[in-house]
Design a protein around this ligand. Sequence first.
Ligand SMILES: [Zn+2]
Length: 148
Amino acid sequence: MRLACRRDILRFAGMAFPFLTNACLAELVLAQSSAGKIRGVLKLNNSGKPVLAVRETQVLITGDEPTMAVFLDKRVHGLELELIGDSLPNGSFSTGPIHTKAMYVLRENKRLFVTYWCDVCSIRTYSPGVCWCCQEDTELDIRERYDN
Ligand SMILES: [Zn+2]
């Protein structure tokens, strides 16, 4: 039996533990959910939407505009990510805003930051695109430090 979302878990818990009140069940659900964190390999699904491959399932992931730009950056595809955010009732995962540092690359037991670097101007940004100074393309730079 696969529990796709909190609502399913709540329904399942209600069947398994009919003697519990709703408040108890809500706490049980919170304990079972993974504290707003998800890990998996970033890829695009058949519709071109970013997903994390988590074991045999694919979890649709969303975020603010700069976060979505990272998810759609093919240089990041195939990497294992850890995202901080909320599981939504529809089964998708909402990633925290980019300034909350809610996105990491997992590599060699380390959590690394996704950054972008302009070599010409020595300017670091956190979403793909051209450098706001020289308008050259920025390089993906996955690293341990967030700032310079
Ligand atoms: Zn530049």
